[in-house]
Design a protein around this ligand. Structure first.
Ligand code: ZN
Length: 216
C-alpha cells in the first residue's frame, strides 16, 4: 500500500473516530493532510466526518492546484493560511466541538489565551490558543486573520463556530484538537466554582520542559 493510500485511510479513520465520539456532527468539520509529494488531501465540501471516502478526498498538488477527488471544503482558505504560515504543519483539523464553541461565547474569555491553564496537557499540545472574532463560515477573512498571526499559533478558536488546530501530522493535529475540546469542557465544568488553575511558575515549567511554543 502506498504512503498516500495509507494516509487517505488514516484521515478517514481519525475523522470517523472524532465524529463517532460527538466531537463534530452532521457535515460540520474539515480536515487536511500533507502528502509526501508536497500536495494536500482535503475533506470534500458538504461531507460528513462519519462517512469520508478515502478515494474521494480532494487532492491538491504542491502548487495548490485541485487535481483530483471531490470539490474541497469551503474553508480551504483557512487550511491554506496555516500551511502557508507554518512550514512545519503536516495537517489541519477544524471541528464544531460543543464545549469549545460554548466557551467561546462566555463573557470575559481571554482573546489572547482562550483556554485557561487547567492541566499541563492543554499547554503542551496547543500552546497559547488565540480566540478569533466571529466570521461567516467560508469567509476568506478567516484565512486572512490566521495569516495575521504569522505562524505563531498552532491553534485558534473561531468565536461562535469552532476550533482549528495544525499539527506536524494528522494524528498530532487530531490529538491536539481533542485536548482543546477536553480543556474547554473542564473550563465549563469548573468555571462556577473557582477551581484551582495552574500558577505562572507551573505553566512556565511545562513550557520550558516540553519546549512549547508560547507566543506572548
Ligand atoms: Zn466550521
Amino acid at each position: 500500500m502506498s504512503a498516500e493510500t495509507k494516509l487517505r485511510e488514516l484521515v478517514c479513520y481519525l475523522a470517523k473516530s472524532l465524529f463517532d465520539r460527538g466531537h463534530t456532527h452532521g457535515s460540520t468539520g474539515n480536515i487536511s493532510a500533507r502528502v509526501p509529494d508536497g500536495g494536500l488531501l482535503v475533506s470534500p465540501t458538504g461531507s460528513s466526518f462519519g462517512r469520508l471516502d478515502p478515494g474521494r478526498l480532494s487532492r491538491f498538488d504542491e502548487s495548490g492546484r485541485h487535481i483530483g477527488g471531490d470539490k474541497p471544503t469551503k474553508e480551504m482558505p483557512l487550511h491554506a493560511a496555516f500551511y502557508d504560515t507554518r512550514s512545519q504543519a503536516g495537517a489541519v483539523v477544524h471541528l464544531h466541538s460543543c464545549h469549545a464553541v460554548a466557551w467561546s461565547m462566555m463573557p470575559d474569555v481571554d482573546e489572547d489565551d482562550f483556554l485557561p491553564p487547567l492541566t499541563p496537557y492543554g499547554i503542551m499540545q496547543l500552546g497559547r490558543v488565540k480566540l478569533l472574532p466571529y466570521f461567516r463560515p467560508g469567509d476568506p477573512a478567516i484565512g486572512e486573520a490566521v495569516r495575521g498571526l504569522a505562524g505563531k499559533r498552532t491553534a485558534v478558536m473561531l468565536a461562535n463556530h469552532g476550533p482549528v488546530v495544525a499539527g506536524k501530522d494528522v494524528e498530532a493535529a487530531c490529538n491536539a484538537i481533542e485536548e482543546l475540546e477536553a480543556t474547554a469542557r473542564l473550563a465549563i465544568l469548573t468555571c462556577a466554582c473557582g477551581a484551582r488553575r495552574l500558577k505562572g511558575a507551573e505553566i512556565q515549567d511545562v513550557v520550558t520542559t516540553f519546549n512549547v511554543e508560547w507566543e506572548a
